[in-house]
Ligand binder design. Structure first.
Ligand SMILES: Cc1ncc(COP(=O)(O)O)c(C=O)c1O
Length: 425
């Protein structure tokens, strides 16, 4: 691997003018030390770091670029709209067209509101539920990520207990735990908020148990509360509808972001008629929420979602990757925990409590030009090909071979540091 000279220089400059360097989920401070922080280019399924090294990328910008980086059709729609109208004094007709398109595609939805980030959409959903019910309490799965607003951010520094009041937690997929949380909420239940699959960091992913999803629906109906599905990460990656259409459950509200505009900044809250009056009553807005270009990109993205076999193809390629990795790991005496849907792979090692094997393995993959994550779910790109999977599996073979020689045991320093922060929080 060539030296990360430009990356190191940028990190140093960032430290001086950006507090702590790069922040949030795109900071690499908890990733293995060889991971580049800065990139110069993305095209299709590939990323280039600032030092010119190319990677097959399994993160897709942490989810958005479903149809690959710099997708020509989508980006043409975006740039054409930039020329005619981006940030105007009011929205363009695209806002209405996009709301009509999304409500046609997502079965539970009768209306749409647009914003910029998944955090915005989730915050709006909680406001709609609280306005609709006149109640406060949210029942939320423990450990689920719903954004980085003061009520939801996983590191609570800078928030008040009041920001995080009126929240009761339950274990995902556990009907008894969900029922107990709803009982505890008593007559103050505003909403049950659920991820479509359990895709929390650091632990195995879980598909939703249909009994659990159905019970969440029933409990909301019994209590007059709203059911919210946070489809920001998984939306349109598992289905061409809301992800819980796969278990036959319709929420009242669903939150969207990431893939809906293939990397252009747009998110959405979709809802049914029951929630329409409350949604029209809350005051929410942002200088760029109704801007035209991301909406044009979204319409082009949704057309590809409807008209191509991207879903079947990402599932097929994800399946090939999963099978190939299991076989290669087995040849070197390793067992993998590959959980969740194949199109949103999470790859962890058995007998690896401190992620020592995982950190070493992904570092070797990176050195061979494959960008993977040791503890966050990843995303297949519709622009990947069989050749990319073959390339990845060849890199994996070498990386398992190297891992068998290294046999690392000690917890990586990044994990030790992260644990210390989480303990202190
Ligand atoms: C399930 C889920 N909800 C909400 C969010 C927040 O989205 P954003 O980062 O766009 O605010 C994310 C982001 O990763 C997410 O995965």
């Amino acid at each position: 691997m060539t030296d990360a000279i430009l990356d190191a220089a940028l990190r140093q400059r960032a430290e001086a003018v950006m507090p702590g360097g790069i922040y949030g989920h795109q900071s690499v401070r908890f990733l293995p030390s060889a991971y580049p922080q800065f990139f110069s280019k993305g095209e299709g399924a590939y990323l280039w770091d600032v030092d010119g090294r190319k990677y097959v990328d399994y993160l897709c910008g942490y989810g958005p670029t479903l149809f690959g980086y710099a997708n020509e059709t989508i980006d043409r729609a975006y740039t054409d709209q930039l020329k005619t109208g981006e940030c105007l004094t009011g929205p363009t007709a695209l806002a209405v067209e996009l709301a009509e398109t999304l409500t046609r595609m997502v079965s539970h939805a009768d209306w749409a509101m647009f914003c910029k980030n998944g955090s915005d959409a989730n915050t709006m959903a909680t406001m709609v539920a609280r306005k609709h019910t006149g109640r406060h309490t949210l029942v939320i799965a423990k450990g689920a990520y719903h954004g980085a607003a003061p009520w939801s951010t996983p590191f609570p520094y800078g928030t008040t207990p009041g920001d995080r009041a009126h929240q009761i937690f339950y274990e995902y997929n556990d009907v008894e735990s969900l029922e107990a949380a709803v009982r505890e909420a008593g007559d103050d239940l505003a909403a049950i908020l659920a991820s479509p699959i359990k895709h929390d960091a650091f632990i195995d992913q879980e598909l939703p148990n249909p009994d659990y999803a159905r019970r969440a629906r029933e409990l909301c109906d019994e209590k007059g509360a709203l059911l919210i599905v946070d489809d920001v990460r998984a939306g349109f990656r598992l289905a061409r509808d809301c992800s819980w259409s796969l278990v036959g459950v319709e929420p009242d509200l669903s939150c969207w972001g990431k893939a809906i505009a293939n990397g252009h900044s747009l998110s959405a809250l979709l809802g049914n008629d029951k929630a329409r009056y409350a949604a029209a009553s809350i005051y929410v807005t942002g200088s760029y929420w109704l801007s035209g270009a991301a909406m044009a990109a979204s319409l082009a993205t949704l057309a590809l979602i409807r008209d191509t076999n991207y879903l079947e193809e990402t599932q097929r390629l994800g399946g090939l990757l999963r099978q190939g990795l299991d076989a290669a790991a087995g040849r070197y005496g390793f067992g993998l925990r590959q959980t969740g849907p194949a199109e949103m792979p999470l790859i962890m090692f058995q007998d690896d409590p401190y992620l020592a094997k995982g950190y070493s393995w992904v570092s070797n993959m990176l050195a061979q030009g494959v960008y993977m994550h040791p503890w966050h779910n990843m995303f297949m790109s519709a622009s990947m090909t069989d050749a990319d999977i073959d390339f990845t599996l060849a890199a994996a073979e070498e990386s398992f071979k190297a891992l068998a020689k290294e046999n690392p045991q000690a917890p990586p320093p990044q994990i030790v540091a992260l644990n210390e922060i989480l303990h202190a929080a």
